[in-house]
Structures are given as C-alpha cells and as structure tokens.
Design a protein around this ligand. Structure first.
Ligand code: R5P
Length: 266
C-alpha cells in the first residue's frame, strides 16, 4: 500500500488498538435537518475531542467546522437523492476528488445499494472513486446502504454487499450489525466499521450493540444518532470509546457513562 494511503488509514483506524470511533454526522445529505443536528457545529464541537474521525459532507465542513481542528475528515461524497424523492438508491458522485483534496479529506465515503435497481450504478460509482482515491492516496469507505428496507440487515445480504465492496477496491467498509455478524467480518478482507442506526431505547442497548460488534470482529464503529441524540452525548461517546479502544464490557461502559455524566453535573 502506498505510504500516503497507509498513513491516512492509520489516522482513522488507530495503530495501537487497530480500531476506530468514527462520529457519523452526514445524515443531512439526504435527510435534511435531522434532530439534534440542526446546527451541526454546536452539536459536534464538544464531541470532536473524543472521536477518531468525523464523517460529514463538504457543506458541513465549510459552514460549520473550524479549519484548525485536529480530526481526520471522512468526507461523504455520494448523494443526489432525498428521503422524499423516488429512490434513495439512485446516488451519484456529488463531490469531486479534487475538492476532497482541497478539504484535506483523510478518506472518502460512498454508499452502494446492492440488490436495488441502482446496484450497477452505485457499484460503478465505487469503482470510479477507488480509482481516483488510489491515484491521490485517499482511502475509500464503502457504506452498504439499505435505504428504507431495514429488513435487509441480515448476514447473507450484508456479507454479500461487504465482500463485493472489498472486491471492487474499498479500503474499509461500513455496515450494520446483524445476527452472525462474525460471518460478515470473516468473509470481508478489509476492515469493517459498524453503523449505529436509529437511536436505541436505552444507553445500555447501545453499549451492548457496540460490544457485540467489537467482540465479533468489527474494527470500530461509525455512530451518529446513538451519540448525538443522547441526552449526554459527551458521556455517551466516552463510554463507546471505552468499549472500542479499552475492551470495556457493556457494564463497565455504563460505569464510564455514569461517571462522565456525574462529572459534568458537578
Ligand atoms: C449512512 O452512511 C448514514 O449517512 C450515517 O452515516 C450512518 O447511518 C451512521 O449514522 P447512525 O449511527 O446515526 O446510523
């Protein structure tokens, strides 16, 4: 692997633990003003010290983030669809690699929609992005998106989508947790990070989800709503970090969460 590519990947997936806590906040690219992300700058600012990378669009980078901050940007570069449009899978490349370089992106992220009418288009988008990313030494994160079809989140489908993403050349893959998640990880030759999904009912549910994914081989998480829609987002991300980087179990993570909450109140 080229030095630049390896160096960028190591800025995201930390060489010490071989894991990462990515903070996902790109939702607006198809969802508009998601709850708690109406003002991305003020939501993300206190969380940035605890994240290994930030997944956002160029619009949020330029409008809401301090250029002097020290955090790798995983730039969402696919788009062109909306939650009220005809097909979430009909994505194209919505950001040039030249502009990703200008932003100093550490990686670029794009969704693939395997099994949809736009499967070919989104897989060829990935191939094109990998070619351009390789030319510039910028890793590509493929997101195995399911759109509104949440029932697709099983090991057979996700295993297929992750493996295809890796075969096309993605440097790492983001997918959902599912039963038999370890099979998805084992059949994918590049690192997998787990997407969080909608906010879970309890904090403990989120800690259990992260712990299960890590125990079954995930290289980390790329989590959004379960962190920034929490009543205590800083405490929440600190607890997630404890699981991902320090091997905490859900109970220990909850203790980190409670202590961080108490520290904030005092
Ligand atoms: C998909 O890539 C989305 O844009 C989000 O980045 C992803 O769903 C992760 O965020 P959350 O943990 O809120 O699901």
């Amino acid at each position: 692997m080229d030095w630049g590519m390896e160096n960028r990947l190591a800025r995201i997936i930390k060489p010490g633990s071989h894991r990462t806590v990515m903070l996902a906040a790109d939702h607006g690219y198809f969802l508009g003003p998601t709850r708690k992300l109406e003002d991305p700058g003020s939501t993300l600012r206190p969380l940035i010290p605890y994240a290994d990378a930030l997944m956002v669009t160029r619009g949020v980078v330029r409008s809401s983030l301090d250029p002097q901050m020290d955090i790798p940007i995983v730039l969402r570069v696919s788009g062109g669809v909306s939650i009220v449009g005809p097909a979430l899978s009909d994505e194209g490349l919505a950001n040039s690699v030249k502009d990703a370089v200008r932003i100093n992106a550490t990686a670029m992220a794009l969704s693939i929609f395997v099994g949809t009418a736009h499967e070919r288009q989104t897989l060829l988008n990935l191939a094109e992005l990998v070619d351009q990313g390789t030319e510039h030494g910028i890793p590509v994160l493929a997101v195995t998106a399911v759109g509104k079809e949440l029932e697709k989140r099983d090991a057979r489908y996700l295993g297929l989508a992750c493996r295809m993403a890796a075969e096309i050349g993605a440097n790492f893959v983001k997918t959902y947790y599912c039963d038999d998640f370890s099979k998805v990880v084992e059949s994918c030759p590049v690192p997998i990070v787990m997407a969080g999904g909608p906010k879970l009912e309890t904090d403990m549910d989120a800690f259990e989800l992260v712990h299960a994914a890590i125990s079954e081989g995930a290289s980390g998480v790329d989590m959004g709503r379960n962190i920034w829609q929490s009543e205590f987002p800083v405490a929440k991300i600190r607890a997630v970090r404890a699981i991902v980087h320090e091997g905490a179990n859900p109970k220990e993570a909850n203790q980190v969460f409670e202590e961080a909450k108490a520290g904030m109140k005092s």
